[in-house]
Structure formats: structure tokens, C-alpha cells
Design a protein around this ligand. Structure first.
Ligand SMILES: NC(=O)c1ccc[n+]([C@@H]2O[C@H](COP(=O)([O-])OP(=O)(O)OC[C@H]3O[C@@H](n4cnc5c(N)ncnc54)[C@H](O)[C@@H]3O)[C@@H](O)[C@H]2O)c1
Length: 314
């Protein structure tokens, strides 16, 4: 499985991106992006703001927020096109407050981009969750649950609201373990990262089925943005690897964002809800990630951990 996963990563690195050629005009629609202050998240924010959307960015206070506003200024975007609300994905209380602040605005949300992510040494959050599990997966599960009424309000039969979970081709490395979701028996930061990214795809599958069964105008996608040298690799040997390869495959944060924006806006993705995309094409996740029983168990465990009885009111 490791060999298969590595092949998928390497072949991915040698593919070129298919950009969305003409920007799609989505004026005055609201989109929420987590972790939008830098990296792929910031490039996504920029692309969406340029298409006319009002972008609500969830990021931490202090340097993260300052970086966001510096970038808005440099990109010469109208300041009112990007709004910042404090969000620390490692704290379920902060995710709750972020969700509530958006609900209080009383605007329909056309898009939710679950982008914030980390690869970290073993640490427990203040809620007692392993940090990659909490930040990459569980916090976004909670946020999606909280914002579902606004997404449903924004969607129509002609144009559904969309959720994009920024996952990774690391799903294919087979690190998912339903009985050790938080690395209690064995911990390796790359394995924990890949496990959380696999969980995002499983979440995407179950949510898609739930939304379809309730006939709700919301679509959900998981996307691998590409292997790109960003801060996510900063404490990992892989940094050197991406340095070597990024030179000739030319992947940039903006190209990574194009893949996210493709799932978020492209009419071609309309009928492809529930799928995982690599290089803007549907790819089957590995059997472990497609396993229906695992998906259901993960969903139930997540609801239990967060004390959710009816996901998103669905
Ligand atoms: N760069 C890659 O090669 C690659 C590959 C596959 C998937 N991804 C995914 O793309 C997404 C964006 O990552 P990136 O590559 O731009 O890296 P990055 O480190 O530049 O960006 C990560 C973002 O998440 C935010 N974040 C991290 N912890 C947070 C927390 N506790 N609360 C709020 N925000 C938090 C950061 O502030 C930052 O804005 C991540 O989900 C990552 O897993 C990246």
C-alpha cells in the first residue's frame, strides 16, 4: 500500500494543473475559508475575491491576521472583499464561536472551504484531542455541522452550495486506523497527517449521501491540491524533496488553489459531489478509505466526540 501511495504522490507531482480558464462571476456571494492567511488558503481567498465573492477568512489572531491584511493590500483587493474572524481550529470552543459569528451575520453561505491544516509533533489540544486529528478533521466536521443551515439556505436546485475539504493524496498511504484515530498506540506526524486527510474523504462520502438522501442543495468534494512547498512541510524532511521537484514541475500555491477553486466553482464538478479530486479529476481513494463500514464508524465516533445528535439539522 505504501508503494502504491508513493507512486500516486510521484505521478501526481509530474502532472500539470488544469486551470479554470475564465473567472466565474460570483458577485456578492459569501464564502468561508479556514486557514486563509497564507499558502494555498490565501491563494484560494484571492481567486474567490477576484471572482467577486465576499470572503470570510477564519484564521488566528496576531501575525496570521496581519499577514492576511498585508496580502490583501499587496494583491490590491478591495478591503471589504475579505473579512477576518478569529479561528483556532485546535479549539472546539473557538470553532463554535467562529460558526456562531457567521450565523449571526444572517447571510447565506454559498461555499465553505475547509482548508486549514497542520502536520505536527504529538501534542494534545486543550480539549484533549491529538492536534492533527482536531485541526485537520474534527474541527472542520464541527464547523460544517454548524454552517449547514446557511449552506442549505444559499443552495438552489439550479446552483447548489458547495463544501470543499482540502485533503491529500496521502490518503493512499493506508495509515487510517479506525481504532486509533488519535495516534495513541503509535505516533508519527506524517502518518497522523495522512490519517486525518483520509478521514476528510470518508467524511465527504458520508455527508454527500446524507445530503442526497435529504434532497438538500449542497454538494461536497474532497480535493488534493498538489504537492506544493508551503509551510505545512516546514518541519519535515519532505521540504527538501519538494524543493528539488518544485523547480521543474513549477507547482505554486496559486496552482494548488486552482484545484480547490475548480471543485468550488466549476460547473463540470456539479454532478460529481461526494468524490475525491486530484489534478481536477475524480480519483478513487484506496479501498480502506472507501470502506462503508469504516466511514460509518468514523462518522458515529465524530458525532460522539462532539456530542452531535443530528448533524447539521439534517
Ligand atoms: N502543500 C502541500 O503539498 C499539500 C498537499 C496536500 C494537502 N495540503 C493541504 O492544503 C491545506 C493548506 O495547506 P498549505 O499547504 O497551504 O500549508 P500552510 O501551512 O501554508 O497553510 C495552512 C493553513 O492552516 C492554518 N492553520 C494551521 N493550524 C491552524 C489552527 N490551529 N487554527 C487555524 N488555522 C490553522 C495556517 O495558519 C495556514 O493558514 C492543508 O489542509 C494541507 O493539509 C497541502
Amino acid at each position: 500500500m505504501l508503494i502504491l501511495g508513493s507512486c500516486s504522490l510521484i505521478s501526481e507531482m509530474c502532472c500539470f494543473v488544469q486551470p479554470i480558464k475564465s473567472p466565474i462571476n460570483r458577485e456578492k456571494e459569501y464564502v468561508v475559508v479556514t486557514g486563509g492567511n497564507r499558502g494555498i488558503g490565501w491563494s484560494t481567498v484571492k481567486a474567490l475575491a477576484e471572482s467577486g465573492m465576499k470572503v470570510i477568512v477564519g484564521c488566528r489572531d496576531g501575525p496570521s491576521r496581519d499577514l492576511l491584511y498585508q496580502s490583501v493590500k499587496q494583491a490590491e483587493l478591495p478591503t471589504e472583499s475579505v473579512e477576518w474572524i478569529n479561528l483556532d481550529m485546535s479549539s472546539m470552543e473557538s470553532v463554535g464561536a467562529f460558526g456562531q459569528a457567521i450565523l449571526d451575520k444572517n447571510v447565506p453561505i454559498s461555499l465553505l472551504i475547509n482548508n486549514a491544516g497542520t502536520m505536527a509533533s504529538y501534542t494534545l489540544t486543550k480539549d484533549g484531542f491529538e492536534s492533527a486529528f482536531a485541526i485537520n478533521y474534527l474541527g472542520h466536521f464541527l464547523l460544517t455541522h454548524l454552517l449547514m443551515p446557511r449552506l442549505i439556505a444559499a443552495g438552489t436546485n439550479d446552483k447548489a452550495a458547495r463544501i470543499v475539504n482540502v485533503s491529500s493524496s496521502g490518503q493512499a498511504l493506508g495509515f487510517f486506523q479506525i481504532n486509533d484515530l488519535q495516534g495513541e498506540s503509535y505516533y508519527n506526524k506524517f502518518a497522523a497527517y495522512c490519517q486525518s486527510k483520509a478521514a476528510q474523504i470518508m467524511f465527504t462520502k458520508v455527508l454527500h449521501e446524507l445530503l442526497t438522501s435529504k434532497n438538500k442543495p449542497v454538494k461536497v468534494y474532497a480535493v488534493h491540491p498538489g504537492v506544493i512547498k508551503t509551510n505545512v512541510w516546514s518541519k519535515y524532511w519532505f521540504t527538501h524533496f519538494t524543493s528539488i521537484f518544485s523547480g521543474f514541475v513549477g507547482k505554486t500555491e496559486a496552482q494548488g488553489a486552482q484545484r480547490v477553486v475548480y471543485a468550488a466553482l466549476s460547473p463540470k464538478a456539479e454532478d460529481l459531489s461526494g468524490n475525491f479530486f486530484e489534478n481536477s479529476k475524480v480519483v478513487q481513494p484506496i479501498a480502506l478509505v472507501r470502506n462503508r463500514d469504516m466511514q460509518t464508524q468514523l462518522w458515529e465516533k465524530s458525532c460522539q466526540l462532539l456530542d452531535i445528535s443530528q448533524f447539521g439539522g439534517l
